[in-house]
Design a protein around this ligand. Structure first.
Ligand code: CP
Length: 335
């Protein structure tokens, strides 16, 4: 059971950071950002800060989850998320097992639930799941005793991506409340967009969405965002520009004429970057498509946080695994 928090809670002040406080996380699973309260999100980020320090040590390991087993059950391709959960589990001294659909009995017709129940018969403490169907992690959480962590379900949510994005913004800008964050690209099919929208609006950022009208329906305004189809308008006042790739694997028909036209109308290039605030920072969850949503030189420029996001993602996933396995907070980690 997840705790259901008030969706539009705002932090009272930026000083509300709960670093080193004993705050009950009280969450058996991490299924989405939508269910999290501001305090839970803040507690997660503060715990991740401690784990970032662990990854900077010569011996990058703490005994926090010694004797625990974490299974990574990935039904979709992944580079960052799967590797990062595996390393996170290992740095916490847990045993990590990776299962990919191509080598599992799912290819012989076994259902998702039967697969999970058979894995559970081996008493894992946590199952991290990525699946093409929205709601797959919630389904497992109803029937499994292990803690379930959503590593991306269809176009629904990708909570750990949003948490690492929040972490990266907070670290670079010192706050989230009041920032202008533009998410540019394929919003409709993006679980990253949905989790980021929940997370950013809960923490008081002003979120603008932009992309082709077929990929950014106005219904997103109901989530508290501004929608514009004018890219210049979207990036002009942005403190953060988060670029999303086109999710070809989820689109059932062509949503715009060509990738070339997309790059011309919505891609972030050198000329467009000149028309942003000098301290605007560029983010992308990856994988990036160079020359489509982002020009190569921008992906590699000093304002790009793309690899920093990956580094922070490891710390965030350590925090998630630690907390859903009963950890209380950063005060429990040896310094
Ligand atoms: N950002 C992200 O989820 O990347 P992967 O698909 O490589 O895990």
């Amino acid at each position: 059971m997840t705790l259901v928090g008030s969706e539009n809670q705002r932090p009272k002040t930026e000083d509300q950071k709960s670093k080193n406080q004993v705050t009950a996380f009280n969450l058996k699973h991490l299924l989405g950002i939508r269910e999290l309260s501001v305090d839970q999100i803040t507690h997660l980020l503060d715990t991740a800060e401690t784990f970032l320090d662990v990854s900077r040590r010569e011996i990058k390991k703490v005994p926090a989850l010694r004797g625990r087993t974490v299974i990574n059950l990935f039904f979709e391709a992944s580079t960052r998320t799967r590797t990062s959960f595996e390393i996170a589990a290992k740095r916490l001294s847990a045993d990590a097992v990776n299962i990919s659909v191509a080598t599992s009995s799912v290819s012989k017709g076994e259902t998702l639930l039967d697969t999970a129940r058979n894995l559970e018969a081996m008493a894992p403490d946590c199952i991290v799941i990525r699946h093409s169907s929205a709601g797959a992690p919630q389904h497992l959480a109803r029937f499994c005793n292990a803690a379930i962590v959503n590593a991306g379900d269809g176009a629904h949510e990708h909570p750990t991506q949003a948490l690492l994005d929040l972490y990266t913004i907070r670290e670079r800008k010192g706050k989230i409340e009041g920032l202008n964050v533009t998410i540019l690209g394929d919003i409709l099919y993006s679980r990253v967009a949905r989790s980021n929208i929940w997370a950013l609006t809960k923490l008081g950022a002003k979120v603008t969405l932009c992309g082709p009208s077929t990929l950014v329906p106005r219904v997103f305004e109901q989530m508290g965002c501004r929608v514009t189809y004018d890219v210049e308008d979207a990036i002009r006042d942005a403190d953060i520009i988060n670029l999303l790739r086109i999710q070809h694997e989820r689109q059932r028909k062509t949503m715009f004429p060509s990738l070339g036209e997309y790059a011309t109308l919505f891609g972030l290039n050198k000329e467009r970057l000149k028309r942003t605030k000098p301290d605007a920072l560029i983010m992308h969850p990856g994988p990036i498509n160079r020359g489509v949503e982002i020009d190569s030189e921008i992906a590699d420029c000093e304002r790009s946080l793309i690899l920093e996001q990956v580094t922070n993602g490891l710390a965030v996933r350590m925090a998630v695994l630690f907390l859903v396995n009963g950890g209380k907070g950063p005060q429990e980690i040896a310094t």
